[in-house]
Ligand binder design. Structure first.
Ligand code: SAH
Ligand code: SF4
Length: 354
């Protein structure tokens, strides 16, 4: 299979803000309402041929300038618990995954930010092949718009209420595209999902956390902590070689002191990181930061040797954190029967095309 370099592909219309779209169509001297019409259609993930209030010549012109299907749903897998895992095809034929979780209060879409991931955490399937490439802002936005349409939504009748940047990839390793995505998806010109309903999860790139703080966004910052000493963190997360826990916690303090937004820590419960001393160290590490600890039962995956601990041990660790006065809950695992749970998403290969 030939994988086209993204540069050989036509300009992706979903990378553009409304102002940028208007600028790039300047030579056509369109009346202003036309750009609004186009942008509205795009937010409903319509194809150019479906934009039936535009003159045919304009639709053809758009078709010749831009591509407008950054994401196609190639397959979907439904879990017993209602979670749906999507297999998406990108324009260069790479395949990525995403997960839709349906709750009483709304629908949360877990989006990917990279094809693969170069962080190589030992418990996670997303990093197995390393990083293949970054996703563009339009490809991340496309996941939201495509699934929104797929489940019967459009720009006015939004079906996706929450977004978590927790699919494959390290969002802060694709900083500019992720930042643009957050601005596009929360823009009043577009699908307008409030930043309060967006969570960004990072393995902890301390310098980028500081940079993100200075963007003054309203999103929730989630940190994949998973260990309470540098030594044990280095054992499972390569990123710990680049940033010590002290540097990481300093950057989070900088974020918290500036934004006063509660931080979420994710903590996969493994045999080696759930001792009574870990509970004490978690208390000390997070002192001075309003936070919540999301305890994650480890999800097994054929590619990683990750093993969950027993439910009794999970409860014991949770209790130890409560005794330390920490706010902690155990995350319900959704979609594990379809390999759609945390750490089970990965780049897929189109086998039949080889
Ligand atoms: N790269 C980012 C976001 C994607 S991973 C990050 O690491 O934060 C989303 C979450 O799933 C992270 O907290 C990650 O540590 C967790 N995760 C990875 N592998 C897992 C596994 N096998 N079981 C449970 N959670 C896992
Ligand atoms: Fe990448 Fe996050 Fe998986 Fe680590 S846990 S390999 S950073 S996607």
């Amino acid at each position: 299979m030939i994988i086209l370099a993204p540069s050989l592909i036509m300009e992706q219309i979903y990378n553009l803000t409304k102002e940028e779209l208007s600028e790039s169509l300047k030579d056509l001297n369109l009346p202003k309402y036309r750009t609004n019409q186009i942008y509205d259609w795009l937010s409903s993930y319509a194809s150019f041929s479906e934009m039936n209030n535009l003159p045919k010549e304009l639709r053809e012109e758009l078709e010749s300038r831009f591509s407008c299907t950054p994401i196609k749903i190639r397959n979907e897998f439904k879990s017993k618990d209602g979670t749906i895992k999507f297999l998406y095809e990108l324009e260069d034929k790479n395949l990525i995954e995403g997960v839709l979780m349906q709750y009483k209060y709304g629908n949360t879409l877990c989006v990917s930010t990279q094809v693969g991931c170069r962080m190589g955490c030992s418990f996670c399937a997303s990093g197995i092949d390393g990083l293949v490439r970054n996703l563009s802002a339009g490809e991340i936005l496309g996941q939201v718009l495509c699934v929104n349409r797929h489940i019967g939504g459009n720009k006015e009748n939004r079906k996706i209420t929450n977004i978590v940047l927790m699919g494959s990839g390290e969002p802060l390793d694709n900083y500019d595209n992720v930042l643009k995505f957050i601005k596009l998806v929360s823009s009043a010109d577009g699908i307008n999902i409030s930043q309060r309903n967006i969570s960004l999860s990072t393995s902890g790139l301390a310098d980028k956390i500081r940079k993100l703080t200075d963007e003054n966004l309203g999103i929730t910052l989630t940190i994949s902590l998973h260990a309470t000493t540098d030594e044990s963190r280095k054992g499972s997360m390569k990123v710990a070689n680049a940033y010590s826990l002290e540097e990481l916690m300093d950057s989070i303090r900088y974020y918290y002191n500036k934004t006063h937004r509660r931080v979420v820590f994710e903590y996969i419960m493994l045999k080696e990181n759930t001792t009574p001393s870990d509970a004490l160290r978690l208390r000390a590490l997070t002192r001075g930061i309003a936070c919540h600890i999301n305890l994650i039962p480890a999800n097994p995956s054929p590619e990683t040797k990750t093993k969950p601990i027993t439910k009794e041990k999970e409860t014991k660790f949770w209790q130890a954190l409560k005794n330390e006065g920490l706010s902690a809950t155990t995350r319900r695992t959704l979609g594990s029967d379809i390999e759609g749970a945390c750490g089970q998403l990965k780049r897929r290969i189109i086998k039949e095309e080889f």
